[in-house]
Write a new protein. Structure first.
Length: 151
């Protein structure tokens, strides 16, 4: 029996970081990188299922979103502000995955509803280990949520 696969949306403007992330996902068993978008505005279209992302079979609503902060068009904080006012019936877990170690960024991310704030590691192996930790975080979150729903 195959374990449940969880869909992940990556919101990252830097191509090199997207490629490293795609490679890191090869080491994971339960997280599937469904799609990568390059800015918050494109993430809005994906989350709404609009335009090119209208087919939910091809572009499933994410269980988890990996979100960079500093991006053109619409940054990560602006996307989080937008998400606070949406009603999808469920919200993806949001991991801010950024190079910023600024305390203000961490505080703002938490205030806007991010579930985790992680600083991007500088090595491929560090990124793989971080993504394995994110996978464990998601599994524990879903396990605890299902326990709460039981009568």
């Amino acid at each position: 029996m195959n374990p449940k696969q969880y869909n992940v949306l990556s919101v990252e403007d830097l191509e090199n970081d997207r490629l490293l992330l795609q490679r890191a996902f090869r080491a994971l068993t339960q997280l599937r990188l469904s799609h990568c978008v390059t800015d918050g505005a494109e993430a809005v279209a994906y989350l709404e299922g609009s335009g090119a992302y209208g087919d939910r079979a091809k572009h499933p609503f994410p269980d988890l979103m990996l979100l960079d902060i500093k991006m053109p068009v619409m940054n990560g904080f602006e996307l989080l502000r937008w998400m606070k006012h949406q009603c999808w019936g469920r919200k993806p877990l949001v991991v801010l995955l950024t190079s910023s170690e600024e305390t203000e960024d961490m505080d703002e991310g938490k205030a806007l509803g991010a579930d985790l704030y992680l600083v991007k590691p500088v090595t491929r192996d560090g990124l793989i280990q971080m993504m394995k930790d994110v996978e464990k975080f998601l599994m524990n979150h879903h396990k605890n949520a299902s326990l709460l729903q039981q009568p």
